[in-house]
Design a protein around this ligand. Structure first.
Ligand SMILES: Cc1ncc(C[n+]2csc(CCOP(=O)(O)OP(=O)(O)O)c2C)c(N)n1
Ligand SMILES: CC(=O)[C@@H](O)[C@H](O)COP(=O)(O)O
Ligand SMILES: [Mg+2]
Length: 611
């Protein structure tokens, strides 16, 4: 049943009622993400803004574009998804991000950071050519602001005579604290305005005394200094680009927000930006104190050790012996590099959400003579495709790439599944793609890369998830390994199953059940000719299973080998068809879209299995 949007109702509320409603929203979001997983701190920081925004602007007519959109839950609640929000991030439920197929109020889908201003510009240019007059608003965080895409788009505003309205959410945080000069500049403005409100308070209580007067005078001098150096810088950056600057404004004061939103609504001379000071995690004490921990809430009470942690501990161990730099793109915690950083802060470099720049920089770091690691989620590495080809592979620079979250990620859904990397890497010459079979194998491959050094760019891909293991044992058992494929189980040689990477571990019970020979694939580009010669024969059933798109995937290596050698066998390929995988739990999606245990069994045990 279609729900009535709530944004009409909030226009009738007084400020007291709005405050109460804001609390109710916070509670609902918290209860939902606790149950379903999801993004907490960022949404707690946009409650008042979204309420004020939909009292001043009209989501029916005005084009409102949320960057990344992990903070757009309140937008969803107000635009007809209050009840269905209980299905957030579940299979067939409401997406954790904006999605144009979910609601007409979601004007642009997102999930990856930095696209909002480009999308706003595109809308504006499209409307302009059709003489349609609409407000177009882009909302992005201070973390997203430092991504190349936002900066490239801001650079265009004045020259195309844009009138878009920008809202900048400045909470000093990406997932971890923000990095870079722009973040520093914004933070300075926050401090200066905090100073102004502090000054007002002091003034009231001390004004009447002589001491009070002295402090007041001293503060005035400081204020003038700050005003000059800080405010001018802030205005400078935006206004020099031709963007009218308003702010900074308390992003949690609805009345104040409305006043400034009216300003930007009525500003018609060009592009403008409203700078808001927000608090990540606002309203829930534990989230305000630890916004990074509550950026993403995971409901799984698991004691397994994530592959990211295995990476962190392995690198930490290696760091006692090897000099190197590990680059991250704003994902220190997610990638486990925080573990390395605790002991070796100088070895971890966070450039923020700048994946292409990081890959290029890493190539040059390696040319400068230092072993270099780049640790980026598979889905975000898509942004760096040209850097990989043009800057790394073409020059054959031996950087070690760790592709975290390669495969199905689960509830984040189609924007975040890392199911294209085998395809987008397989076509690039000069590189190695490794697919460890389990946590120990992952640690060993990293260890080997350092001990033997690399002779070409090397990508190690591993999924979201982990194993029940003791990290100390993994570290104690580190050893140099080769990258050949492994016979996991010798069974019926008429059924040969090639399983790529960690699926060997995750589905080990299934492999035990099957009447088949199971081969663990640990290297995608250098196929193991020895194994293929031994096992691929006429009149057998061959199955490949990979957590990647079938187009361009590992299966194509086997297919071309079979064709080249003219082997007369049947080949069945399991992996992702030509489609985007929806959201759901990792397990349900793996069973439905990748491994499909029932189909495999049917294939092996059907009488017509060999064609
Ligand atoms: C291209 C890309 N890289 C990395 C991420 C992971 N990521 C999601 S949200 C986020 C932090 C964004 O910070 P900000 O825009 O300031 O939003 P906040 O959470 O602080 O409200 C990051 C790094 C992403 N979504 N897209
Ligand atoms: C919004 C975004 O891109 C990230 O916050 C992502 O949801 C992180 O997911 P992990 O929990 O896998 O680190
Ligand atoms: Mg932020």
């Amino acid at each position: 049943m279609k729900e009535k949007p709530l944004y009409y109702a909030i226009r009738k509320m007084n400020y007291e009622q709005l405050d109460r409603f804001a609390n109710r929203i916070r509670k609902y979001i918290y209860e939902t993400v606790k149950k379903n997983t999801g993004h907490l701190s960022s949404n707690l920081g946009t409650v008042e803004l979204t309420l004020a925004l939909y009292r001043v602007f009209d989501p029916e007519k005005d084009i409102i574009i949320w960057d990344t959109s992990h903070q757009a839950y309140i937008h969803k609640l107000l635009t007809g998804r209050w009840h269905s929000f209980s299905t957030l991030r579940q299979r067939h439920g409401i997406s954790g991000f904006t999605n144009i197929n979910e609601s007409k109020y979601d004007y642009f889908g997102a999930g990856h950071a930095g696209t909002s201003v480009a999308a706003a510009l595109g809308y504006e240019l499209g409307f302009r050519s059709q003489n349609i007059n609409k407000n177009v608003i882009a909302i992005f965080g201070d973390g997203a602001m430092t991504s190349g895409m936002i900066l490239e788009s801001l650079n265009q505003l004045k020259s195309i005579n844009s009138k878009i309205k920008i809202i900048l959410l400045n909470n000093e945080m990406s997932i971890s604290p923000n990095v870079g000069a722009l973040a520093k500049m914004l933070n300075k403005i926050r401090i200066s305005t905090d100073y102004f409100s502090l000054k007002e308070k002091i003034k009231v209580s001390l004004e009447s005394t002589d001491v009070g007067q002295d402090i007041e005078n001293a503060l005035k001098k400081v204020k003038d200094g700050i005003k000059h150096t800080v405010y001018n810088n802030a205005l400078g950056v935006f206004e020099d680009m031709g963007i009218k600057y308003y702010g900074p404004v308390d992003g949690h004061n609805i009345k104040e927000l409305e006043k400034y939103l009216e300003f930007i609504k009525n500003y018609k001379d060009g592009p403008c930006i409203l700078h808001l000071k927000t608090i990540k995690g606002k309203g829930l004490d534990f989230a305000e104190k630890n916004p990074t921990k509550f950026h993403g809430v995971n409901n799984k009470k698991t004691t397994s050790t994530s592959y990211s942690k295995v990476v962190g501990y392995t690198l930490k161990n290696i760091a006692s012996k090897h000099n190197f730099i590990a680059y991250t793109a704003a994902m220190e915690e997610g990638t486990g590099l925080n573990i390395l950083k605790e002991k070796y802060p100088e070895k971890v470099i966070d450039f923020g959400i700048t994946e292409p720049s990081i890959v290029t920089a890493a190539g040059a770091t390696r040319l400068a003579g230092l072993f270099t690691v780049v640790d980026i989620y598979s889905t975000f590495m898509q942004r760096a495709f040209d850097s990989i080809i043009h800057d790394i592979a073409l020059q054959k620079i031996p950087v070690l790439f760790l592709l975290d979250r390669a495969g199905i990620v689960g509830e984040d859904g189609p924007t975040h599944h890392g199911v294209f990397d085998i395809s987008y890497l397989r076509l690039i010459p000069n590189i190695e793609i490794l697919t460890p079979l389990n946590a120990q194998d992952l640690a060993n491959m990293i260890f080997t890369s350092f001990e033997k050094d690399l002779n070409k760019p090397t990508f190690i891909r591993f999924p979201r998830g982990g194993e029940y293991l003791n990290v100390d044992e993994i570290i104690a058992n580190l050893k140099i390994v080769d990258y050949s494929w492994k016979i996991i189980k010798r069974g019926n040689d008429k059924n040969i199953i090639f399983v790529v990477g960690q699926l060997v571990e995750e589905y080990k019970k299934l492999w035990e059940e099957l009447d088949a020979t199971i081969i663990g694939v640990r290297n995608i580009k250098n196929i193991d000719e020895h194994i293929l010669q031994l096992y691929l024969k006429d009149n057998i059933n061959v199955i490949t299973i990979e957590e990647n798109s079938l187009k361009g995937g590992f299966n194509e290596e086997i297919k071309s080998y079979i064709l080249k050698k003219k082997i007369k066998c049947s080949l069945h390929t399991f992996g992702i068809k030509d489609e985007f995988v929806p959201q759901g739990t990792r397990k349900e999606l793996l069973n439905e879209f990748v491994v499909k245990p029932d189909e495999i069994k049917k294939l092996l045990y059907s009488t017509e299995k060999i064609k």
